[in-house]
Design a protein around this ligand. Structure first.
Ligand SMILES: [Zn+2]
Length: 248
């Protein structure tokens, strides 16, 4: 028995619209990659963080029980101390982030990509019940995407000693993924400024579990269940509360 199906990053259908929305929302999203160069052919090298200091209106597109709704809201609020954003849970009117609690998947638009969806469409999907042992980790992880974070196992400095044939087989057997799915979501390091040049973080809530048998060394990552210290540091850099943007 393996853990729940890992969340696949939702790639925007329209890359140009994704870029425009990100830059219009927050010009810092256009900053050059950590390698200090831009390349027009590379896809998705811009970051997708929200405008610093803004209010994010968060709605539910369905009607979870009050208990479940409050549990999800409480988990989302765990991110609050590390971001200069105001989370406003709304019952009607427009919203930036819309949660579906009865989806077929657990996944989310990354940051400003949520702006590409119509107001009736969810931007963050949940398919997990409160009594599931990974409920909290899943909600924290998906809202991390909603704040602009991508998957930590694809950090450019991760250097995970993957046993690639076993990785392809693992995801195919357990989750029905094609090799391309596995490349896109697990194996291929991501370029760009999303990580704000921060170090790779094995403890990140945005990291997939890495079973020891999928590596060529004695190396593994368990199921991370909490927002890590480095997750919070990345958030503080993306959404600084004071003007000391350059301070670390
Ligand atoms: Zn994810």
């Amino acid at each position: 028995m393996h853990s729940i199906t890992p969340c696949k990053t939702i790639h925007p259908i329209d890359e140009l619209a994704s870029y425009d929305a990100a830059i219009l929302e927050n010009p810092r999203n256009a900053q050059p990659s950590s390698a200090g160069r831009r390349t027009k052919r590379a896809i998705g090298i811009w970051s997708k963080f929200w405008g610093n200091g803004r209010t994010l209106r968060i709605a539910f597109v369905d009607t979870p029980t009050q208990t479940k709704r409050l549990a999800i809201e409480a988990l989302i609020k765990q991110w609050q101390p590390s971001v200069n954003l105001h989370f406003e849970f709304v019952d009607d009117g427009e919203s930036e982030i819309r949660i579906s609690t009865y989806s077929a998947t657990n996944d989310s638009a990354v940051g400003t990509d949520a702006l590409l969806y119509e107001q009736h469409q969810p931007t963050l999907n949940l398919n997990i019940e409160m009594d599931h042992p990974e409920f909290e980790a899943t909600v924290l992880h998906e809202f991390g995407h909603a704040l602009g974070l991508k998957h930590e196992q694809q950090h450019p400095k991760a250097n995970i000693p993957w046993d690639k044939p076993k990785v392809y087989e693992f995801y195919k057997t357990n989750y029905g993924w094609t090799d391309e799915d596995t490349d896109l979501n697990v194996l291929t390091p991501l370029q760009g400024s999303d990580y704000l040049s921060g170090p790779y973080d094995k403890d990140s809530i945005m990291h997939y579990p890495v079973p020891n048998e999928l590596t060529t060394e004695d190396w593994e990552v368990g199921i991370n269940t909490k927002i890590s210290m480095l997750d919070r540091r990345v958030m503080r850099k993306a959404y600084p509360k004071f003007r000391s943007i350059d301070a670390v």
